[in-house]
Unconditional design. Structure first.
Length: 142
């Protein structure tokens, strides 16, 4: 009897440990926000009420936000038209992006207009099962 209890305990602990590792490494916990290269994410404009912002190597055209504290990312992001000749940004639009907690709602994403021109965007929802990050790509403005 004691051997059975020990075996069950080992199996349960193994499942818990592997679930914790899978949760920590799952790509679904990340939200990618990007814009066509004619535009850029305005410098210093990503503000999140939940989520941790990290910038990747592509500079100001894409940002990643990781969920934290049991909440999906919720961020305000501003986009600018960039004048390379004069190195000037011209404000175009601000949106709010919210990705639900990945494990509960499978990375469902909502985008809403805050101010400026309305963004034209596409959404690819995250997937916990496939470890896929959610994506919002802004292609232009109306």
């Amino acid at each position: 009897m004691r051997d059975k209890i020990t075996m069950v305990l080992i199996i349960v602990l193994g499942i818990i440990a592997s679930s914790a590792v899978a949760y920590a490494e799952n790509g679904c916990h990340t939200l990618s926000i990007s814009v066509d290269e004619k535009y850029r994410i305005c410098k210093g404009s990503v503000s999140c009420s939940s989520g941790t912002v990290t910038w990747d190597g592509s500079g100001v055209f894409e940002t990643y936000v990781k969920q934290n504290d049991g909440y999906g990312p919720r961020c305000h992001v501003s986009f600018c038209l960039y004048d390379k000749l004069y190195n000037i940004e011209y404000f175009m639009s601000e949106i709010e992006v919210h990705q639900n907690l990945c494990a509960l709602k499978a990375g469902n994403i909502q985008v809403s207009h805050v101010r400026g021109n309305h963004a034209k965007y596409s959404i690819e929802e995250g997937s916990f099962l496939h470890s896929r990050k959610g994506r919002v790509h802004v292609s232009g403005f109306e």
